[in-house]
Design a protein around this ligand. Structure first.
Ligand code: 1PR
Length: 531
């Protein structure tokens, strides 16, 4: 059987394609409206924003055949926006009509007590028997979204699964042979692939016996804290693309670039060992034009063939003009990364310049990389990577930046510090603090912060708790703590003492000092929710 994929060119559809192929099916792209009705099984992996998705569906004349197909109950699997667009509309794009199959509106998670977007692994409670979940054993699945539909009387017939994030929301809907899920089966490891396989293999999706999970003992699902493996990638002196690792960003040892392995192999190993996410940072990205950097794009393409958890790529995401005078926007660069298998892109230096300009002018231009990419792909796809360095001062009045009292005073009795943002991989300090940057990039549309710390990077001395707490308290988007992990206790410390959603490490994993499984085991013992 051939599976038809509705790929309207926004975001990472490669992963869905790879997942279906991995399951042994052939994938064909819907080439026009007729294919929507003709398809034996249709998968619609909606990525991007609600408005841009509906606009593309309208432009390509897909709306009518989609509605016809769904009303006729022909096999359909919507993923993420493929679920949301079934509703009448979304707060994300006021005034834009959805497909209107399910009554009601999709609304934003309230961000007063929650980090929004919800990014990470959460559970589901199966409410209706379906072969989709015939072998589901209660595993957590990967979600990434700021908007959600809630179960109520008007959509009662559709409720398939629910999940808690703040309140309860609809994580799956099903009627007849039309199913849609808010989580990403193609990014949910082995459990997600089984759900996808069940959709592809099942004769009918409803009315079968079995497949109702008991759900979590508490009756409420919980989002897990994520453990992320980070691969700093660069070309070494022999021209090979290698995973390297610096000490406070210095990746050379006795003059040579440290070589800790091959990017695709290491990523696969971390996926198999239970990493919740993999991040690649092209650490020479600020020098080169990344679209010429085919090996890095190949790394992503190959990794996404076998790694079914989210992939983030950073390094060099900004606008470029090539030798022939042709301009490529940051959006062009990001689009190529998404097409090659990235789920999120991470912006470093360019975000610092954008925030400086925004704070100076007090105006959003709409033209920054953060704004352009989040408008098209949704802010959950835009990570800002901060590379701060600790600057000690005697008193907060010695700096115009946000200073905090530190438990680790300086050699001359300095009791305060601020965190200076840097660009170009820490080579250039800028006149902006990490807290100002974090707040500004959230306002510009970033969906997550990857918080490094040059002083701690590669030291194994633990995460900088003061910095991490300062940033996670200042923003309502998820924050990933990074730099300095050396022992399993460092992970529990950062989750217990700060509000971060994820912790990232590089050196300890690459050198085989600590396995991802041991980190999770330790966190579990401490009562911290993990996958
Ligand atoms: O500025 O948009 O081109 O992005 C460049 C990206 O590359 C930024 O995200 C920046 O953090 C990263 N980067 C640039 N130079 C280096 C370097 O090491 N020389 N790496 C670098 C940053 C930081 C981590 C690291 C953690 C954990 N690496 O992500 O993996 O600190 O390390 P640890 O667990 O071993 O302590 P742009």
């Amino acid at each position: 059987m051939t599976v038809t994929l509705l790929d309207y060119g926004a975001g990472n559809v490669r992963s869905v394609r790879n997942a279906i192929r991995k399951l042994g099916y052939t994938v064909s792209d819907a080439a026009g409206p007729d294919d929507i009705l003709r398809a034996e099984k249709l998968v619609f992996p909606g990525v991007g924003s609600f408005g841009s998705t509906m606009e593309r569906l309208r432009r390509d004349r897909y709306v009518e055949p989609l509605v016809e197909r769904i009303r006729a109950g022909k096999p359909y699997l919507g993923i993420c926006l493929g679920l949301q667009t079934l509703f009448e509309g979304s707060e994300e794009s006021p005034g834009v009509a959805g497909l209107g199959i399910i009554p009601g509106m999709v609304r934003r998670f309230p961000s007063d007590a929650l980090s929004v977007p919800q990014i990470g692994w959460n559970g589901i409670v199966v409410r209706k028997p379906s072969p989709l979940f015939s072998d589901y054993a209660g595993e957590k699945l990967y979600f990434v979204h700021s908007y959600r539909a809630v179960p109520d009387e008007t959509n009662r017939d559709w409720i398939l699964t629910t999940t808690h994030y703040g309140d309860e929301f609809l994580s799956g809907v099903l009627r007849g042979n039309v199913a849609a899920v808010q989580f990403h089966p193609e990014k949910s490891g082995a459990a997600g692939l089984r759900i996808l396989k069940n959709f592809l293999a099942a004769e009918g999706l409803e009315g079968m016996t079995g497949g109702i999970s008991p759900g979590p003992a508490s009756g409420e699902t919980r989002l897990a804290k994520r453990i992320i493996a980070c691969l700093d990638v660069r070309t070494n002196d022999s021209g090979d693309l290698v995973v390297t690792k610096g000490d406070q960003y210095d990746v050379r040892e006795k003059g040579e670039v440290r070589n800790l392995g091959k990017p695709v192999d290491l990523a696969r190993r971390y996926f198999e060992e239970g990493a919740d996410e993999i991040t690649f940072l092209n650490i020479t990205g600020f020098r080169d034009f990344p679209l010429k950097d085919q090996p890095m794009l190949d790394v992503l393409r190959h990794t996404s063939e076998n790694v079914f958890v989210p992939l983030t790529i950073g390094g060099g995401i900004r606008g470029y003009t090539d030798g022939a005078g042709r301009h490529y926007s940051a959006l062009d660069v990001a689009s190529e990364y998404f097409r090659s298998g990235a789920d999120k892109i991470s912006i470093g230096s360019d975000a610092v310049h954008a925030a400086e300009e925004y704070l100076r002018s007090g105006r959003r231009t709409g033209g920054t990389a953060i704004e352009q990419i989040s408008r098209v792909y949704g802010n959950q796809a835009v990570v800002v990577s901060i590379d701060p360095r600790r600057i000690l001062v005697r008193s907060p009045s010695d700096t115009r930046h946000h200073a905090i009292k530190t438990a680790l005073p300086g050699p001359f009795g300095e009791e305060y510090c601020w965190y200076q943002c840097t660009v170009k991989g820490g080579r250039e300090g800028r006149d902006i603090g990490a807290r100002e940057l974090a707040v500004a990039v959230e306002e510009l549309g970033a969906g997550e912060i990857l918080l490094n710390c040059i002083d701690r990077d590669g030291t194994n001395a633990g995460f900088d708790i003061e910095l991490t707490r300062m940033i996670s308290d200042a923003v309502s988007i998820p924050v990933i703590a990074s730099s300095g992990a050396g022992r399993v206790e460092h992970f529990s410390e950062v989750f217990e003492k700060t509000g971060v959603e994820a912790a990232l490490a590089a050196g300890i994993f690459h050198r085989g000092e600590i396995a991802i499984g041991s980190v999770k085991e330790h966190l579990r013992k401490r009562g911290i929710e993990v996958r």
